[in-house]
Design a protein around this ligand. Sequence first.
Ligand code: HXC
Length: 518
Amino acid sequence: MEISGKRYKAFIDRQAAIKHQYSPKQAGKQHSKGKLTAQERISLLFDNDTFEEIDAFVTPADQPVEFGKVERSFGDGVIVGHGKVNGRLVFSYAQDFTIMGGSLGIVHAKKIAKIQEMAMKMGAPIIALIDSGGARIQEGVASLSGYASIFQNIINSSGIIPQISVIMGPAAGGAVYSPALTDFVFMVNHTSYMFVTGPNVVKEVLNEDVTFEALGGAEIHARKSGVAHMIYDDEENTILALKKFLSYLPSNNVENPPVVADDGSVPDINEKLINIVPDDPNKAYDVKDVINQIADRNSFLEISELFGASLVTGFARLKGKTIGIIANQPKVLAGVLDIDSSTKGARFIRFCDAFNIPLLTLEDVPGFLPGIDQEHAGIIRHGAKLLFAYSEATVPKITVILRKAYGGAYIVMNSKSLGGDFVFAWPTAEIAVMGPDGAVAILYRKELAESKDPAELKKELVKKYRDKIANPFIADESGYIDEVIDPATTRKKIVSAFEALNNKWIKVPSRKHGNMPL
Ligand code: HXC
């Protein structure tokens, strides 16, 4: 009795000690930078009173440190555990910048690896809340090895459980590859940054001056590099958005995404769809207006909004079920496919395919972006990624051709012959090898050169081409698409097509893996 009493007191003392580890001064340092503490982030993420921490009492490795010092602390600078997010099991780790800059020593790494392995075993998503100075310098190769095991676990879990990284402070050096390997990267504007080599090294090596923000801030990664998929102005909104984001995803690759109730406010026959695409084929419109008239009300959640913006990607719900939408955006570069939009689309499609999310493609694409820059930067290789991803995907795939569907871009955007399960076209669709201007210039070069009024002749020929060749009826009559539909019926058609595809099953021959053109 006495022993257990002593033990119990020791237990209580230990609990008290860990509470005292986190001083208001430490929290204040985080708050003064516009950041929350790791504990605050965890409480925001998880449903009330559901988070269970493990390994809270582990201490840093007891190895001799020849250089600097390793702070004795409980937990070694990272909180790991599991809990419920909107009622569903989620695993997470949150790095604590107040302890040695959230740097990753071997014990810190082992904690992360342990929770990663648990998430994989339980088939539940894992969320990394990253705020770290990277590999712990004092622990040398041990911390590098720790990173390697984390990377290996991410790769082992890839396509099996959703893995999301939220950058809430620094992510520097090789450490950036941990988020880069996960499915989605969220960043907080102005307080998070990611780079392989920081401003000091840039200055030393290239003699260039650059700020943290301009080199690797959230805006740069969302707009230019494409590393960040989602960015928000503060941590609270980032975590709220993450929780909403999770509601679209299944917990693992053998589950279907959760189904929510549809409020029925978007009618299956929707006349608003008739007038969105302008009569003038050269006039732009916002494809998101089409999406919002097809998907359940307010269900569209755009991914990578600022990057490769000539292609829109995102999750939505149709009668309460998650779908992935890929849509050319005529409002940006006329909806052309360039390097950024191709790689963005390919990665999104592969995520959806891995996690049983059916794909809806809305097509209005004049082709691939021409030009020296794009050719030299490898539009061939990058465009091929989109082609590969579409063709390889075995989830239900439906296309609606809204307007332009020209050339290689027509094939790529989930055409029937590339494996599209249902391909519908609106009467406004223009399906042909190339756009009217290009086709007329090639087919009638001589006539145009000899004409007294080449501009008038070209106008006539373009009109003829559009009427006779670039229309959806030829493709419809020859079976290259399934049906020309009244735009107003689009939602009804798509709902019924996805229902028909509910039990789609494709047996893929066994192979180690395909060789996507990376
Ligand atoms: C050990 C570290 C650390 C690190 C920060 N600290 N980074 N300790 N190893 N990698 C400690 C600091 O010494 C300091 O301790 C505390 O954390 C807070 O750091 P500050 O520098 O005071 O904070 P701040 O001014 O906000 O600057 C943050 C920072 C900077 C920009 C992240 O600390 C920094 O540049 N750190 C190094 C980043 C880096 O290059 N890491 C290695 C990346 S390479 P005290 O005791 O003073 O509070 C890498 C390889 C991975 O990670 C390979 C994977 C394959």
